[in-house]
Design a protein around this ligand. Structure first.
Ligand code: MCA
Ligand code: AMP
Length: 474
């Protein structure tokens, strides 16, 4: 079976299979023909980077890489030189695909591959090895530069099939979302999911309430920030009453947002949980209970367990907390060039440590309580390592020291707050812009607090919990 079953097999609605904001609608044949033309140009390359703006060209480039069996490396389009250089160098990408009308960053240092939606090829490619890498997705750890998670083709297929089962997702659906095309949520679920199930895809460009309201779909994806903004717009929310299923993920959906959304749209949202490394592993079901504050049950093929601080099992009593570990066919193949990170992430008996703290009830329902580390921040559904932002801040000549925390934020879930010890005249705004220019824009601090020194314990470690408490009063 092929990875993009419906696209390659010719099932599902053909006309207007894909539409992104006000760009041209592409039929399945147009998409496949243009993507095959990309495949012809990239076949044999070690990896294909894609400047992942929310455009049809991005989808065509990604599909082209997948058809040719070349690992695809989505490059966040707003990533600054520091982040971009790391991703391109570490991944070994030989080419950077971009829309023909677009200019790729001059400093990329790899050959550009302009993508033209009008190109066509009818070459047929043998289905690549299911064990091969489909994507290299760069994702933050608590410290250092992002790590390249190697996502296998069979993991993508297993996850999409498990989600189709949990959400009763079929070719009859029209999927709507406006999420970025360089993460699991927007790209793997939000694009490949449509191309595997055969559902039409309407991408709204940005995930705005007005865009979602106007799209007229049956299946909607969003991060909690998107749902919270929609729930604050009564008129837009009411227009989702005709949908079949609303799905939230990438960060915890606050119970009041769940309830308001249900009241305004008539649909209790599905909440599901996952990670870049594991894809989506736990979800409530279209045909099951949708309990506020709960992410439901492991999806088909996935196993979960809770492990206590002593390494022993934690009872599934709905109260006892433990680290959530996962195993199954949706797991990634490891981190590229990072045996040290692999050694930390996997247990001796082959389970992946999520770093999330959870509770499981006697009925098997999972509740995510939080993260074990304060240094992994989720802001607007983006995963951001405090260490990476701190390192970028320290690169500024007027910064002596910096510590970053994720302060609770009603809109973004967590907002990045930076505590900075200045070493010369500098403003918070200058530091925010400095980070936004060097890393991705969403990694910028939303607030900068200039302090004479950072609170440290006797061992010299910054007291992040104290900074978090301070940030709540700021
Ligand atoms: C503001 N902007 C700036 C600056 N300040 N640009 C440069 N320098 C500055 N100092 C601009 C930005 O470029 C952008 O411009 C605009 O301000 C708004 O950006 P921002 O404030 O970041 O947007 P937001 O409104 O806060 O975004 C909320 C959001 C976004 C839309 C919900 O956070 C989002 O798309 N989140 C989705 C994340 C996601 O997909 N995560 C999935 C991870 P312009 O408007 O021109 O762009 S995968 C995952 O988690 C798994 C596996 C799972 O479970 O799903
Ligand atoms: P990422 O690798 O960007 O996908 O981030 C994965 C992290 O997002 C997980 O480790 C969780 O901390 C968080 N996450 C994803 N979905 C949920 C959810 N439904 N509830 C709570 N946290 C979530």
């Amino acid at each position: 079976m092929t990875l993009l079953t419906a696209l390659q097999g010719g099932s599902g609605d053909s006309a207007d299979a894909l539409r992104i904001s006000d760009g041209p609608g592409l039929s399945r044949e147009q998409l496949l023909g243009a993507a095959t033309a990309v495949a012809d140009r990239v076949a044999g390359a070690p990896a294909l980077a894609v400047l992942a703006r929310s455009t049809a060209e991005t989808v065509v480039a990604v599909v082209g890489g997948l058809l040719a069996g070349v690992p695809v490396v989505p490059l966040p389009p707003d990533s600054g030189p520091k982040e971009r250089a790391h991703i391109l160098r570490d991944s070994g990408a030989a080419l950077l695909a971009h829309a023909a009308a677009d200019t790729p960053p001059e400093d990329a240092g790899v050959a550009g591959l302009p993508v033209d939606l009008g190109e066509r090829s009818a070459t047929t490619y043998a289905e690549p090895d299911p064990a091969a890498t489909a994507f290299l997705l760069y994702t933050s750890g608590t410290t250092g530069a992002p790590k390249g998670a190697m996502i296998g083709r069979s993991a993508v297929a297993a996850d999409l099939d498990a989600l189709a089962d949990a959400w009763q997702w079929t070719a009859e659906d029209t999927l709507v979302h406006g999420l970025p095309l360089f993460h699991v949520h927007g790209l793997v679920l939000g694009v490949l999911g449509a191309l595997r199930t055969g559902s039409r895809l309407v991408h709204t460009g940005r995930p705005t309430p007005a865009g979602y309201a106007a799209a007229g779909g049956s299946l909607y994806f969003g991060v909690p920030t998107v749902w919270s903004r929609l729930a604050a717009d009564q008129e837009a929310a009411a227009r989702l009453a005709s949908a079949r299923l609303l799905v939230s993920g990438s960060a915890p959906l606050p119970v009041p947002v769940f309830e308001r959304l249900a009241a305004l749209t008539g649909h209790a949202p599905i909440e599901r949980y996952g990670m870049t490394e594991s894809l989506i592993t736990v979800s409530t079901r279209a045909d099951g209970e949708r309990r506020p504050g709960s992410v439901g049950l492991p999806v088909a093929g996935v196993r979960t367990r809770l492990v206590g601080e002593d390494g022993g099992p934690v009872p599934y009593d709905g109260e006892s907390v433990g680290e959530l570990q996962v195993a199954g066919p949706t797991l990634f193949r490891g981190y590229l060039n990072r045996p040290d990170a692999d050694a930390e992430a996997w247990t001796a008996d082959g389970w992946f440590r999520t770093g999330d703290v959870a509770v499981i009830g006697p009925d098997g329902f999972h509740r995510i309580v939080g993260r074990a580390s304060v240094d992994l921040i989720k802001s607007g559904g983006y995963r951001i390592g405090a260490g990476e932002v701190e390192a970028a801040l320290r690169d500024h000549p007027a910064v002596a020291d910096a510590a970053v925390v994720g302060a609770p934020d009603e809109d973004l879930g967590q907002a990045i707050v930076a505590y900075v010890v200045p070493d010369g005249p500098v403003t918070g705004e200058q530091l925010t812009d400095f980070v936004a220019e060097r890393l991705s824009v969403h990694k910028r601090p939303r607030r900068v607090v200039l302090v004479p020194e950072l609170p440290r314990n006797a061992l010299g470690k910054v007291l992040k919990k104290q900074l978090l408490a301070d940030s709540a009063h700021g």
